[in-house]
Design a protein around this ligand. Structure first.
Ligand code: MN
Length: 157
């Protein structure tokens, strides 16, 4: 009986500590969400879906967190995409163009059918809101990963 009570108290303390940690992390605007598949992302990236496509909205809205070194594959959007950077510093690159630094407060309006990638730098985390339009049922076409050489070059521009 005493063991059970001690166990219950210990569990209660653990739960109290965990919820305290979560509520104390006030610098993040949205929760980090769940890990994104390494089929389409390199490194540690996370998605918190915020708005789903519905009768009124022909797009999704999500908060995407990229830990240092994380990035999308190369990809295109049939009706474009808007990125709102809300934390940190990262990179955005369109095919055959120089990668550009993107940072908190930046707004990137990505044209339709334009091959590109986005992500963190090798040393800094980046969080952006992604507003991604649909063309019929498609909002993204995934291509090949950003190679280590491409990523290194983007980080040293
Ligand atoms: Mn994109």
């Amino acid at each position: 009986m005493r063991t059970i009570i001690v166990s219950i108290i210990a569990t209660s303390i653990l739960i109290a500590c965990k919820s305290k940690t979560e509520t104390m992390n006030t610098s993040e605007i949205f929760p980090k969400g769940d890990p994104l598949s390494n089929d389409w992302f390199t490194g540690h990236a996370f998605l918190k879906p915020l708005i789903a496509k519905d009768n009124n909205n022909e797009y999704t809205v999500g908060s995407v967190t990229f830990e240092p070194g994380a990035r999308t594959n190369w990809h295109t959007h049939p009706k474009g995409q808007v990125l709102l950077v809300i934390e940190g510093q990262g990179l955005y690159q369109e095919k055959d163009k120089t990668a550009q630094i993107i940072k908190k407060g930046d707004v990137i309006n990505i044209p339709e059918n334009t091959e590109h990638w986005h992500g963190a730098t090798s040393t800094t985390k980046m969080v952006h809101i992604a507003i991604t339009n649909f063309k019929e049922e498609t909002q993204v076409t995934w291509l090949h990963p950003v190679t280590e050489e491409e990523y290194r070059s983007a980080n040293t521009n």
